[in-house]
Design a protein around this ligand. Structure first.
Ligand SMILES: Cc1cc2nc3c(=O)[nH]c(=O)nc-3n(C[C@H](O)[C@H](O)[C@H](O)COP(=O)(O)OP(=O)(O)OC[C@H]3O[C@@H](n4cnc5c(N)ncnc54)[C@H](O)[C@@H]3O)c2cc1C
Length: 600
């Protein structure tokens, strides 16, 4: 079992195998050759490569960010070396079929492997993460020819990929993009426009970059219905895949970021010379839907990546609090008595417990969400349908709750280190800066909350929250059988009723034409469902710990006790927030909605 400053392996095993039982995935024909041993081996390998090749340059790439030189980008060499090691270890193809040379891992285990790299170096992992998401999209929507020319080289680790959605004037509102695609007689398109914020947009780590670009075909309908998706390579290729001309995609500038500085962020111009070739993916005007395929997976990845930074900060501040000695207990009057370790102070323990609750709660949610992706291969149609509904509902929650609360966690880590936490000599300030992007990109957390309340909670007559609430109610009944957990089960049951009421009230008001006012409370709804879901997962963890404790040995005793205590803390300090948030949603509070711009 591997553990390090980047990983609490006992906790990861607990979530994957005791809470979620992911070994059962080897019952699916696709994963028949996998078992607990192969899962462990993949995670161990990822952890080793992450520690040896990704972690050592995490600080260096923060201090030496990529520079624009002669129209290209200059990087520190360690990034390319780490990516080569990542490819060599096979992680570019962790999800791909065996026939493609892949590991054919379940998504949940591939996510656990990725988590090792995100913890070690969130900037460097961005390159393969984006490339793999592009390959996954092409696997689903590309033609056989497109897969051969553009997807397979990514899986083989030869090409990289990007997602080009945002433009300077169109970030959250993609319906307003201006990039144009003009049809050509040979079936290709000529692309013209500019894309802003493109991560991994220019580099030479591989032979080519496959940009997946949203654009509007000339004459397309206005808004999101007119958006199509194009493959726009950095280098065009011949029909046998051999490199042809350089495509007309130009690096126009770099954005200088607060964190994750190793992942270059670019402003790209397409077709300035009128010769940018693009190839339509799927059908015209369906591009945003296809891109959502990529973005949903990315959103789980963003939530999970955020939580890894939360975990690194938590583990570091825990070690610091165990080692640094400062002050005495309030009732210790003798000034000559030795100072106690920080962790002896109840307020420091409070900050550690908060981090533990946020981070370990969100890790459980992240892997549960990833498991739902795998369950869409279940032979039972009902399981597939249910997992899809839950996945739709929980994706904005892992993205937004995961990134908001892991950032709060990083803030607490800085606080525990006191003045040292504010300096660049200690790693927690970089964790915070690196993590600060996660509530912003892949759809801001404000947009995630609107999606959750306005769409996901309401689709199919509210089917998704009903399903989730049913599962929570069932687990409350199970936990209530344990005397020590019965009060928490009752508390969560009460929160569940509030969540149900506010969901219904919001739906009724929206149906009555009050959507704007209701959606002004979307962030509060995110708190209701986020806290409810995390509370549910804490109760489940506490129940497993309660069952395991009587026969636990060695370090497991403290591990399970810690789980039960963290559940107690979350229910004492966080679950009560659901009541306030649910009231705001139920009553469609108008205090923000009715504030006029002129009154600021
Ligand atoms: C480091 C980094 C990497 C990125 N990588 C990529 C990438 O690889 N590819 C890519 O295409 N893009 C990328 N982005 C862009 C990113 O997705 C956008 O920044 C994000 O979607 C927000 O768009 P914006 O910056 O234009 O902000 P805006 O859309 O202007 O939003 C500003 C604020 O207004 C709020 N807001 C906007 N519209 C609404 C609304 N309708 N209702 C309520 N509130 C609203 C937002 O929540 C936000 O708080 C990246 C950005 C960064 C900073």
């Amino acid at each position: 079992m591997t553990s390090s400053p980047l990983l609490d392996r006992r906790h990861l095993d607990f979530v994957l195998f005791e809470l979620l039982g992911v070994e059962s995935l080897s019952g699916y024909p696709r994963y028949a050759e996998h078992n607990r041993e192969t899962f462990d081996a993949a995670i161990d390998l990822a952890h080793r490569v992450a520690l040896e090749k990704f972690h050592p340059h995490n600080r260096k790439s923060d201090l030496h960010e990529p520079e624009m030189v002669d129209g290209g980008v200059r990087f520190i060499p360690e990034i390319g070396e780490a990516l080569a090691a990542f490819n060599e270890a096979g992680f570019m193809a962790s999800l791909a079929d065996y026939e493609q040379g892949g590991m054919q891992l379940p998504f949940v285990i591939a996510s656990a492997c990725d988590a090792q790299f995100s913890a070690a170096n969130p900037g460097t992992i961005a390159y393969p993460a984006l490339a793999r998401a592009a390959a996954n999209l092409l696997e689903v929507y590309g033609t056989e020819e497109q897969k051969r020319l553009w997807m397979l080289p990514i899986v083989q680790g030869r090409y990289y990929g990007t997602m080009c959605l945002s433009e300077p004037q169109a970030g959250s509102s993609l319906g307003d993009i201006k990039t144009l695609a003009e049809p050509q007689a040979d079936g290709s398109y000529r692309i013209t426009g500019a894309k802003m914020w493109i991560s991994a947009g220019d580099h030479e780590f591989g032979e080519n970059i496959v940009h997946l670009v949203l654009a509007k075909i000339v004459g397309a309908p206005a808004g999101v219905r007119g958006i199509s998706l194009f493959i726009v390579p950095r280098w065009r290729v011949q029909s046998d895949g051999a490199r042809a001309e350089r495509n007309d995609v130009r690096l126009a500038g770099l954005n200088h970021k607060m964190g994750q500085r190793g992942s270059v962020n670019t402003f790209l111009k397409f077709g300035e010379q009128g010769d940018c070739h693009g190839y339509l993916v799927g059908e015209a005007h369906q591009g945003l839907g296809y891109m959502f395929h990529m973005m949903n997976e990315e959103r789980i990845g963003v939530g999970m990546g955020a939580v890894q930074q939360g975990l690194v900060g938590y583990l570091y501040s825990l070690k610091y609090a165990q080692e640094r000695r400062q002050g005495r207990h309030p009732d210790q009057k003798d000034p000559t008595s030795p100072p106690v370790a920080l962790i002896e102070h109840a307020d420091v323990r409070r900050m550690l417990l908060m981090q533990k609750c946020y981070v370990e709660g969100a890790i459980a949610l992240g892997y549960y969400t990833a498991l739902l992706v795998d369950q869409q291969r279940d032979p039972e149609e009902s399981v597939r349908r249910e997992s899809e509904l839950l996945l739709d509902l929980l994706t904005p929650i892992i993205k937004a709750w995961g990134s908001d609360y892991s950032l709060k966690s990083n803030e607490l880590a800085v606080q525990i280190l006191g003045g040292y936490g504010f300096t660049r000599e200690y790693p927690v300030e970089q964790c915070y800066r690196d993590n600060r992007i996660n509530p912003i990109h892949e759809g801001t957390n404000g947009i995630q909350a609107l999606d959750l309340l306005g769409r996901k909670a309401m689709m199919q007559g509210g089917a998704a929250p009903k399903l989730l609430f049913g599962k929570i109610a069932q687990d409350c009944r199970s936990a209530a059988a344990h005397e020590s957990l019965a009060p928490y089960a009752a508390q969560l049951g009460a929160a569940l009723r509030l969540a149900g009421e506010c969901t219904q009230a919001a739906g009724a008001r929206m149906a009555a034409g009050e959507a704007r006012r209701v959606l002004a409370n979307a962030e509060h709804y995110m708190t209701v469902l986020g806290h409810l879901t995390i509370g549910w997962l804490w109760l489940r963890q506490a129940e497993i710990a309660t069952r395991a404790l009587p026969s636990a040995q060695g370090d497991d005793v403290a591990f399970y006790q810690g789980k039960i205590q963290a559940c107690r803390f979350f229910f004492a300090t966080e679950i009560p927030r659901i009541e306030i948030a649910a009231k705001l949603v139920r009553e469609a509070d108008a205090s923000a909605y009715e504030m006029e711009a002129a009154w600021f």
